[in-house]
Design a protein around this ligand. Sequence first.
Ligand code: GAR
Length: 187
Amino acid sequence: MGKKIRSCIFISGRGTNLRSIIDHSKNKNFPINVALVISNNIKAKGLNYAKKNNIPFKFYNSSNQISFEKNCLLELKRKKIKFICLAGFMKMLSSNFIKKFKHKIVNIHPSLLPKFKGLNTHKRVLAKREKYTGCTVHFVTSKLDSGKIILQKKIVVKKNETEGSLKKRVLKQENQLYPKAIKLLFS
Ligand code: GAR
């Protein structure tokens, strides 16, 4: 394995997908290393995983999108970041930002895209009595949850499933799918 790709993970909350990517990045055969974590939420639990692993992290307020993206772009340049993973990052990025990292930003979404874009996916899956659900890793474009799909994992929606149980089961799959998709991208 040659040099790892310097990557940044964007988060807003709990950070289980961040944790999984960090854990995998410790393997010498994993294609990326996490050189920076950016959060738009100062209370994001996920920041603890960055701290624990001595990974530089930044918080930027995203209420003003222009200054948020300006701050991010400066830091991404400073840290020589070449690849971005959105992992529970709950803010849209502008097309101007996305253009600067063309085909270099990926996201994970808790549904079988193109079904159930946006928020409250599990609730909507249950309301529609879907037989299957799952998660998707895809490229980020300026259209919400719409870029080219890299990898998906499908699971069966069980009888008596609740929003909570579904969320838990899908998240477990997400934590495995994200590193797998990153490997696939760079293989
Ligand atoms: C994950 O379920 C992820 O798919 C979702 O937020 C959660 C973050 O969990 N992202 C979206 O809904 C983006 N549209 P995590 O903070 O534990 O990784």
